[in-house]
Design a protein around this ligand. Structure first.
Ligand SMILES: O=C(O)CCC(=O)C(=O)O
Ligand SMILES: [Fe+2]
Length: 319
């Protein structure tokens, strides 16, 4: 029996870890408890993660860490961290005619535009805006369980083609929670002049993934979609595919599977990327928001390249 008592307090999706003193995560029994809680709940929330060292130590309770393949996102602070917002914030866009936002990101799983979807990620928030900038998570295992039988039969064994879409202008698939979007003018976003380097998209050739993943550890079936990147399901028409995608995304985003987390400074959440998808409504660019994120190495080699001979540029992905 461990002498360290921690409590796992369920949230609408995921759970909060309470009573974990600094350094307690080095205890093997505590690590095992945390890991089991993570598998059970899909997302864990930690408070008072005040340093990069602790962020890395907690992340390592859930697996080995990897350097994110997307070089421009990497943090100067540590090679195992990427920076979300802060100096690397995205240019601002205006959504639905009124909503000026940076860092808005539609529903996705991390690295799902590669054949090896990462196992998970831990995001720690170091600067929190006064409003907006939340992170949303959706439990796709619970969503799968509740699918009608005929839809389960339809999606089990189905595969889909997925392609990286980098900017809100390109993110038009279901799971993008806006109807219209345009780039903010320099008057609206004076600091956001940087153009997104779209050549990066060409370095990530399209991939194929299964629509349903049997979770390699829990054995639970998950709706394994990253809606933002889905082009179409294989073997059915584009129209049928679009209808099915919309149906599945609407289902996964029912309020009972979704939780919106309002951040406090130095909180961290770790999601199981095999089971959970996530999104952010973004924040007003006039207020800072900065997060740092680790990536848990897979490999969850669920995918393959769509073309048998992808361009040689693939080998440059980590540059
Ligand atoms: O900004 C957020 O809340 C989520 C960003 C994100 O998608 C990630 O950290 O992987
Ligand atoms: Fe993400």
């Amino acid at each position: 029996m461990s002498t360290i008592q921690i409590s796992i307090v369920p949230l609408p999706v995921g759970a909060e870890v309470a009573g974990l003193s600094e350094g307690a995560e080095s205890n093997p029994e505590v690590r095992a408890q945390l890991y089991q809680a993570w598998l059970k709940h899909g997302v864990l929330l930690f408070k008072n993660v005040g340093t990069t060292e602790r962020h890395l130590a907690l992340s390592r309770c859930f697996g080995d860490l990897e350097i994110h393949p997307f070089a421009p996102a990497r943090s100067e602070e540590h090679p195992l961290l990427i920076e979300i917002g802060g100096k690397k914030r995205t240019p601002a866009y205006v959504y639905d005619g009124v909503d000026l936002r940076t860092n808005r990101i539609p529903w996705h799983r991390d690295t799902a535009y590669t054949p090896d979807v990462c196992k998970g990620a831990m995001l720690r928030m170091v600067e929190v805006p006064s409003s907006g900038g939340e992170t949303m998570v959706a439990d796709t295992a619970a969503a799968y369980d509740d699918l009608p039988t005929d839809i389960k039969v339809k999606v089990d064994g189905l595969e889909y083609k997925a392609t990286l879409r980098l900017t809100p202008i390109h993110q038009t698939r279901p799971g993008a929670f806006w109807k219209t979007v345009r780039r903010a003018t320099p008057q609206e976003d004076p600091e956001g002049g940087r153009e997104t380097d779209l050549s990066i998209q060409a370095r990530y050739p399209s991939v194929v993934h299964p629509a349903v993943l049997v979770h390699p550890e829990s054995g639970r079936k998950c709706i394994f979609l990253s809606p933002t990147y889905v082009d179409h399901f294989l073997g059915i028409s584009q129209g049928e595919s679009d209808d099915l995608l919309k149906y599945l995304v609407d289902h996964m985003l029912s309020p009972r599977y979704v939780h919106l987390h309002r951040w406090s400074v130095n909180e961290a959440i770790v999601w199981d990327n095999r089971r959970v998808m996530h999104a952010s409504p973004g924040n007003n660019p006039r207020e800072p928001r900065r997060g740092l994120r680790t990536t848990l190495a897979g490999p969850v080699r669920t995918g393959r390249f769509f073309d048998k001979d992808p361009p040689a540029a693939v080998s440059m992905m980590a540059d």
